[in-house]
Every structure is written in structure tokens, then in C-alpha cells.
Design a protein around this ligand. Structure first.
Ligand code: IMP
Length: 432
């Protein structure tokens, strides 16, 4: 029996929420290990829709422990608001089923303000399309060792000193953009007010995980964003500010890397991206429009329209290799129903040469031209299919061809937002 890490293998929004929810039936502990409330997971359970941003998906299931790990950046006001919203939907959230790592870094209002101002000041080519939640600014402070951590909230004098140090840095930036400097008293009071409710959930995450492991409990590591938004392996600088790969599950929650277990890459049957940056298979035409409409491609967190395009097997294969993905969960196959033909990107052309990988250089990434294979579509519906036998032959061929191209098996296939509309080929908890 192993643990499982669920990772997005494209640019996020691959449908991780549903898959995590399906797997959390079996898991005892669900852990978030990177990112913040820039993420958005939609769960549909018995017709009720839950929109989660920071809370691990296990929270909606009784008897599971949900952990927000040290690799996550936590906006206390956003977290408390989310807890209230989910509680109002009838979910019980308390210190027994939610734990926030004491060594996670806190997002302050100044991070979000500067994130938005800096993004506004970027010229159209340089805009990153951030979610404006202060994620990057908070990680910057973490790495620069001036960040405020959850555990600092318990020591008022220490917290004030830490905040003074942090404001010393940010007030220079604020002055530079013509904004008013922040007063220490105001920032301190605001933080204490929004953070008060947080303390009841704070604990030593790595210890709880170690205990759970020793007790033979199953742990599910829940990734946010996706491989191509990884700060090292993605389309830098058009990325988020954390490592989104499975290796981060260990560092971002305080477990050894061997404990991470089976790595399940969540992969949409086509490709989408929110925000700016290169996207070789983007279809700014009728096909892209159709994918967007059928797939309801609007961001959970910002409501932004997602850019849509054909499946890029080169990118997903790269995610499989550099992210250690053992198998994939293919989602939203039903969105492809009704196309006469489908295209799959199987390589790129760059400066007249054929290449089989996505280069790191921003210039090369902008200039690669996808090489497509065209394969037949299907007119039948795959929506709600619960076994291979329910799928049209052309859909099975599409899935099998993807497996070959990305060099990883399809472990799970999702055919609607409903968690029961899932074809499980192999149980990831028992796969290793
Ligand atoms: P940030 O994470 O808010 O700094 O945004 C950086 C980039 O990551 C932008 O292109 C965002 O649109 C993208 N991004 C952040 N979170 C998500 C997500 O959950 N899904 C898809 N894209 C995301």
C-alpha cells in the first residue's frame, strides 16, 4: 500500500478537485503542499458544488484529516472566509479535521496589493497574468528570509519585530510606486484580527504525518496549479512561484521523498491555460471556442476565460519525465464528443528543425510550431461512461494513442464532473 500524490500535468485546471475527491474516499489524510488561494478546486458531490481554494479536498469528507503544509502560502483572512463558507454548506470543520502547519508562510494584504500593482505596471508583453492574490510576493519574502510564519502569531513582540523588518523592505517599494507607506501598528492590528481564528487549527504537520504513516494510514498529497506552471520546469517566467512537481510534496509537507508514493498526473484530454505566456497548441478559432464552451473553461478562482487548444503530447510527456509521473488520470474526454477530427501535437518545429521536447528558452518557447497528427473523432457521447465498453472505439483509440505518446498509462478516466462517472483502471494506492 502506498501513498498518492496528485499533480496537474499541464497548466493547471485539469480537474484535480474531482480526482482528489474520488481518491480521498480511500485516503485518511489529505495534504496541500504548495501554492495558496490562487488554486481553485471545484467538487460536485451529490449535486452540491464546493469551491475550494486553500482547504484540502478531504475537508468535505467526514473522518479525514486535512493538512495545509509548510509549502503552502496562507492568507489568513482568505482561509477563515473559506472555512466559514464551507461550514455554511454543512461541512464540519474543527481542530480535529484541519491542521495548518506552524511553519507555513503568511500572505499579508501588502503582498496582494503589490502583486496587483506590479502586474499593472508590466507592459503587455511582460504581464504574467497573476491571480493577484500575493502568492509570488509572499514566496519572495519567504526565500529572502523576511517572511512572517504562522508560528510567529503566537509571540507578539517577535511578530512586531518581524513585521518591522518586512515593512522596512516593502515601504521602499510602496514609495517607489507612489503609494502610502504602511504603519507597523496598523499592519500588526490587522494581522492579529484576521489571524485570531487561525490559531485553533495550527499544529506540527510533519509530526502528524509521521504518526499517520506509522499507523499505516493512507496519505494523499494534493497538488495545485500544474507542471507547466512550476517555477523551474514550467514556462518561466510565465509560471507560479512554487514547485508544483511531486518532489515538492515531500518538502512542502515535511515527509521523506520515499513517502510520496504513486504520482498521478491529472491530464485534460485537450489543453487549457489561464493567464499569459506561451501555449503552442492554442486554437484561437472555432475549435478553441467549442472546447471552451463545452468544457466550461472559466477559472474557479478569478472567473477568467481559459485559453483552449489541442492535446500537447510533448508537454505532457515532459511532465511525465521531469515530474516522475507514474500514471495519468485523463479528464474531460466528453468535451471532445462530436468533433469530426482531433489533433494531437506530437513534436515541434523550431528554426526548421524537428524537436521532441519543449525548450526552456522563452524565445524558443514562443517560436516553436506544433507538429500535429490528425485522428478521427467520434459522434457518440462519452459523457457519464463508467466502463471501457461504454466508450466508442474512436475514443478508446484516442486514449490509447495518448498513452503511447506520453509514455505513461491512463490509470483513471473521468467522463463528467460527477465523481461516480469515473473509469478506474488501477487503484493508485495499490499500484506500487
Ligand atoms: P500566481 O500564481 O497568482 O502568481 O499567477 C502566476 C500564473 O499562474 C498566472 O498565469 C496564473 O494564471 C497561473 N495560475 C495560478 N494558479 C493557477 C491555477 O490554479 N490554475 C491555473 N493557473 C493558475
Amino acid at each position: 500500500m502506498s501513498n498518492v500524490a496528485v499533480i496537474g500535468s499541464q497548466w493547471g485546471d485539469e480537474g484535480k478537485g474531482k480526482i482528489v475527491d474520488v481518491l480521498s474516499r480511500e485516503a485518511d489524510v489529505v495534504v496541500r503542499f504548495q501554492g495558496g488561494h490562487n488554486a481553485g478546486h471545484t467538487l460536485v458531490i451529490d449535486g452540491v458544488t464546493y469551491k475550494l481554494h486553500l482547504l484540502p479536498s478531504g475537508i468535505v469528507r467526514p473522518g479525514k484529516l486535512s493538512i495545509i503544509g509548510n509549502g503552502v502560502v496562507v492568507d489568513p483572512a482568505a482561509l477563515l472566509k473559506e472555512i466559514e463558507t464551507v461550514k455554511a454548506q454543512g461541512v464540519d470543520i474543527n481542530s480535529d479535521n484541519l491542521l495548518v502547519a506552524e511553519n507555513a508562510n503568511l500572505i499579508l494584504p501588502v503582498h496582494a496589493f503589490l502583486d496587483q500593482e506590479i502586474e499593472k505596471a508590466r507592459d503587455s508583453k511582460g504581464k504574467l497574468g497573476t491571480t493577484g492574490r500575493g502568492i509570488g510576493l509572499c514566496y519572495e519574502d519567504k526565500v529572502a528570509r523576511r517572511g512572517i510564519r504562522v508560528c510567529d502569531l503566537a509571540h507578539s513582540d517577535h511578530l512586531r519585530a518581524r513585521l518591522e523588518n518586512l515593512l522596512g523592505h516593502h515601504n521602499i517599494l510602496l514609495k517607489g510606486i507612489g503609494a502610502d507607506p504602511l504603519s507597523l501598528d496598523k499592519v500588526y492590528d490587522e494581522l492579529m484580527k484576521s489571524a485570531e481564528g487561525l490559531l485553533e487549527y495550527v499544529g506540527v504537520a510533519w509530526k502528524r504525518l509521521d504518526e499517520a504513516h506509522k499507523d499505516g494510514k493512507k496519505i494523499l498529497f494534493e497538488g495545485a496549479q500544474g507542471h507547466m506552471l512550476d517555477v523551474d520546469h514550467g514556462t518561466y517566467p510565465f509560471v507560479t512561484s512554487s514547485n508544483t512537481v511531486a518532489a515538492q510534496a515531500a518538502a512542502g509537507s515535511g515527509v521523506g521523498s520515499k513517502m510520496v508514493g504513486y504520482v498521478l498526473g491529472i491530464t485534460k484530454a485537450y489543453t487549457t491555460r489561464v493567464g499569459t505566456g506561451p501555449f503552442p497548441t492554442e486554437q484561437e478559432n472555432e475549435a478553441g471556442q467549442t472546447l471552451g464552451e463545452r468544457g466550461h473553461e472559466f477559472g474557479t478562482t478569478t472567473g477568467r476565460k481559459r485559453r483552449c487548444g489541442w492535446f500537447d503530447a510533448v508537454l505532457v510527456r515532459q511532465a511525465v519525465k521531469t515530474g516522475g509521473i507514474d500514471g495519468i488520470a485523463l479528464t474531460k474526454l466528453d468535451v471532445l464528443d462530436g468533433f469530426d477530427e482531433l489533433k494531437i501535437c506530437v513534436g515541434y518545429e523550431l528554426e526548421g528543425r524537428r524537436i521532441d521536447y519543449y525548450p526552456a528558452s522563452t524565445v524558443a518557447q514562443a517560436n516553436v510550431k506544433p507538429v500535429y497528427e490528425t485522428i478521427s473523432g467520434w459522434q457518440e457521447t462519452t459523457m457519464g461512461a463508467r466502463s471501457w465498453a461504454d466508450l466508442p472505439a474512436a475514443a478508446v483509440k484516442y486514449v490509447r494513442h495518448i498513452e503511447e505518446l506520453i509514455e505513461a498509462p491512463v490509470t483513471l478516466l473521468s467522463t463528467s464532473p460527477d465523481r461516480d462517472d469515473t473509469i478506474l483502471m488501477q487503484d493508485p494506492f495499490r499500484a506500487l
